[in-house]
Design a protein around this ligand. Sequence first.
Ligand code: P5A
Length: 444
Amino acid sequence: MYFSKSFIPILKNNPSEAKIKSHQLMLRVGMIKQSSAGIYSWLPLGFKVMKKIEQIVREEQNKIGAQEILMPTIQSSEIWKESGRYEDYGEEMLRIKDRQDREMLYGPTNEELVTDIFRSLIKSYKSLPQLLYHIQWKFRDEIRPRFGIMRCREFYMKDAYSFDITDDEALFSYNKFFLSYLKTFKRLDLTAIPMAADTGPIGGNLSHEFIILAETGESKIFTDKRIFELDSYGTDLNKKSLENLRMKYEEFYSVTDEKFNKEEFESKVSEENRLKTKGIEVGHIFYFGDKYSKPMNASVDLPGGKKDFVKMGSYGIGVSRLVGAIIEAKYDEKNEVMKWPISVAPYDVSIIPMINKNDTAALEKANKINLELLKNNIETIIDDTEENFSSKLKKMNLIGSPYQIIIGKQSDGDLLEFKEIGKETKKINLAEIIRILKEQKAKN
Ligand code: P5A
């Protein structure tokens, strides 16, 4: 992609309305554009990142045997009346009437709709467990949308739902998601810690929020620092090892403020290991048994001929929020340098030729390099403008490709100036650059 032809409208300065760095950067490099309060359009750079995050989330859902579906954004109020949440959900639900005067709503979440699908199509325990997920827009009429796409009204969520016959089996499903979330966030190069959390309007009595540390986060957390050392969790989907995995995390006191108990915190965590801080909630999982299946009559035939309500859980990841969360974790605001993890970077490499008027040699060289990189599935952006070097570098540092190739006076012959953002520039040939990039991309 030539920068001159891209739709990446970069602003000279930070927009004054943005209070946190992710919001600043996203507006500054034109990743999003607000269309009304808490509602955004996604422009090419932002959309590319979000789609890559979505794909990683999808792959990790598939690995635990979850099956992808797509439910609509608009739902009928009937099913919400059945579950009893139509009134309870309150002002956050955007209620709409169709031309027949039927009460509809823009889905804030899908427990009811998926339970309705399940109850009408699955009749026997033999079909269980079922893990279904979709990745779809949600709407919550937040009283105070803020921080750009971090707390907005329309947002993109992966939501999954599990159906089992016993509590024990249902916890097995819960633990599969627990593992899959750890793996998903790791692939995004984030350290997200599962913390015991309140269940709020979703309900149930078991829940974990997955939180990444950030001063600008809206969740207050109380945790044992040693939990950050847990890093190995394998890929084993065996019941016992998943149970052990969750227990390993639960050994360390780690809660959000609604669950906080001072005495417990101080008795379980030694003073030097106590950490009270803030974080961003990027995922949230719930176990709520028959909270929806009972009032909505979602049951299956059991082996002995009896019937029972299925035991359910739900599992959310804020796909659009993650774009901002990654920026909060990776953007060096002081030096105005963004480095996207290669797994989600909009471009793997920025090619920066130094172009003088009437001298096309550097651009020609850039084009040749570009062709070779594209052949190797390496995504590039070429700054083909005639701006000076420092303003080109500034721009590319904001766009945040993790690698840069600079084609200037120094790059005679085969050797190119190659730089991983934040590290020293190396002089190496193109074959070596391709080898490094392919190796980095393969790690994901
Ligand atoms: C779990 C899946 C649920 O809705 N029902 C289906 C359950 N959980 S949740 O915690 O309420 O939301 C899941 C994740 O969505 C993100 N999120 C938001 N992102 C941006 N703006 C918002 N207003 C917003 N609200 C929730 C969070 O990442 C949350 O963990």
